[in-house]
Each structure stands twice: as structure tokens, then as C-alpha cells.
Write a protein that binds this ligand. Structure first.
Ligand code: C5P
Length: 239
């Protein structure tokens, strides 16, 4: 995988025209753009089409979490939009993930569409051990919970997980080599933490076994985003 492919830019903006402007500005450095809740709620499928028109890939980050039928239908809708990757919450359970995977595989075969990578969110990188225990009510450790959810995603036949790179080595050991690890919560040494808690630098994340790095604010909020991308790419190349 090339450096361009490893770095996914989170288009965490509300305006479709501005998102398209960002895609155009960074398209020679970035292969895949992440469309999340805010942008998708505002712009809908238009932004996905606009990214595709520019020859780039889409990671649809809507974190599906609902009854199995609804998630499976949402997965099929994502397939028909031609996305490269989309995600579901592993805490939706094995049946939810399997039904989604099965429907996606069936529609891809029937309609001759490339199968997107389906990945599962384990525990959000903004969550701490304290919040997981005292607010969400999970009594075992955060790491144990991440390992359990990653194992469940593997059993359900998904392609990988979204997880903090702090857990990447453990997930790699538990789920094997081919299992994708997509790591958000990436902060180069020169950027600020914002609301993320379980962060790592790009170099450390890759050394721990992450396949993709999802980055938003460290690039978009920087005074010079292109320079920020260059610095991150240099760090990726070193790792
Ligand atoms: O700005 P920052 O680099 O923190 O953005 C991280 C992006 O990754 C956000 O779009 C966020 O929704 C997403 N994400 C995350 N943690 C997860 C899954 C996705 O931060 N577990």
C-alpha cells in the first residue's frame, strides 16, 4: 500500500461545496476521503458522487448500529453508492454484522459491484476506561472489551476494525495478519488532542500495526494543511 493510500482524510465539514474544494485541493496527496455524520446528513449521496467524479475513494463513516435488517439494507445502499469502505458498530452484535456482510456479498455478486471493505467500530477513541466503566457499564477493561469486539467482527466475517492504534498490536495478535486496522485518534507530536483520549502519532500507529490512519483536525485546522500532510507523509514513510 502506498503512502497516499494509508492516509485517509476526514472531511469533517458541513458544507458540500467546501468538502469538494478540500477534495480537489488534496487529491494529489490523498486517495481516500472519509464522509462522516455531519457532512452526510447535510449533503447526502451528492458528496459521495462528487468524490467519485474526481477519481477518489470514499470511506463512508456512518457507524451503522440498528436491528440486523436495517443495517443490512443500509450496507446494500452503501454498496450501490460504490463506496470503498463503510463501518458498523461491533456492539450491534454478531448477527447484525453477519447479516450486513451476507447481504453486501450477495448484492455485489448479483450486480457485479466490487465488494466494499466492511469494518467494525470497537470502542471509540474519544472514550476513556472511566467512561466505559462508569457511564456505559462495561465492567471489564477497555482493552479486553476492544479485543472481544474485534474477535466478534472477525467471527462475523468482516474485513477489519476501527480502533485506537494503542490497541492495534493486541488486535493484530488476536485477529491475524489479513485483518484491517483503521486507526483514528492520530495526532502528530505538533498537534493538539482536541476531544480524543486514546491517541498515537502516525509513526507509532503504523509500527503498532495500523493499516490506515484517519486524520481530520490535525490537518484541516492546521495553519498550512498541505505542509501538515507533507509532514505526516514523511512520518508514514519513516515508519
Ligand atoms: O479530527 P480527528 O482526526 O480527531 O478526526 C477523527 C475522525 O475519525 C472523526 O471524523 C471521527 O468521527 C472518526 N472516528 C473516531 N473514532 C472512532 C471512529 C471514527 O475518531 N472510533
Amino acid at each position: 500500500m502506498t503512502t497516499e493510500e494509508k492516509l485517509i482524510l476526514a472531511l469533517d465539514v458541513a458544507d458540500c461545496d467546501y468538502a469538494v474544494e478540500l477534495v480537489e485541493r488534496f487529491s494529489s496527496h490523498i486517495e481516500t476521503f472519509k464522509v462522516g455524520l455531519e457532512l452526510h446528513t447535510r449533503a447526502g449521496s451528492k458528496i459521495i458522487d462528487e468524490i467519485h467524479k474526481r477519481g477518489k475513494k470514499v470511506f463512508l463513516d456512518l457507524k451503522f448500529h440498528d436491528i440486523p435488517t436495517t443495517v443490512a439494507k443500509a450496507g446494500v445502499a452503501a454498496v450501490r453508492q460504490g463506496v470503498y469502505m463503510f463501518n458498523v458498530h461491533a456492539s450491534g452484535g454478531q448477527d447484525m454484522m453477519m447479516r450486513c456482510r451476507d447481504e453486501v456479498v450477495n448484492v455485489c455478486l448479483r450486480e457485479n459491484i466490487a465488494k466494499p471493505r466492511i469494518i467494525a467500530v470497537t470502542v471509540l477513541t474519544s472514550m476513556s476506561q472511566d467512561v466505559l466503566r462508569h457511564e456505559v457499564g462495561i465492567q471489564h477493561s477497555l482493552k479486553t472489551h476492544v479485543r472481544h469486539l474485534a474477535g466478534l467482527a472477525l467471527k462475523a466475517g468482516l474485513d477489519g476494525v476501527v480502533a485506537s492504534a494503542q490497541e492495534a498490536a493486541m488486535i493484530r495478535g488476536h485477529c491475524g495478519r489479513g485483518f484491517l486496522i483503521v486507526a483514528p485518534g492520530i495526532r502528530p507530536s505538533w498537534s493538539s488532542a482536541d476531544d480524543q483520549h486514546r491517541m498515537t502519532t502516525p509513526k507509532h500507529a503504523l509500527r503498532e500495526g495500523a493499516d490506515y490512519l484517519v486524520m481530520g483536525r490535525a490537518i484541516l485546522n492546521s495553519d498550512n494543511p498541505l505542509r501538515a500532510i507533507e509532514l505526516i507523509r514523511a512520518e508514514i514513510a519513516q515508519a
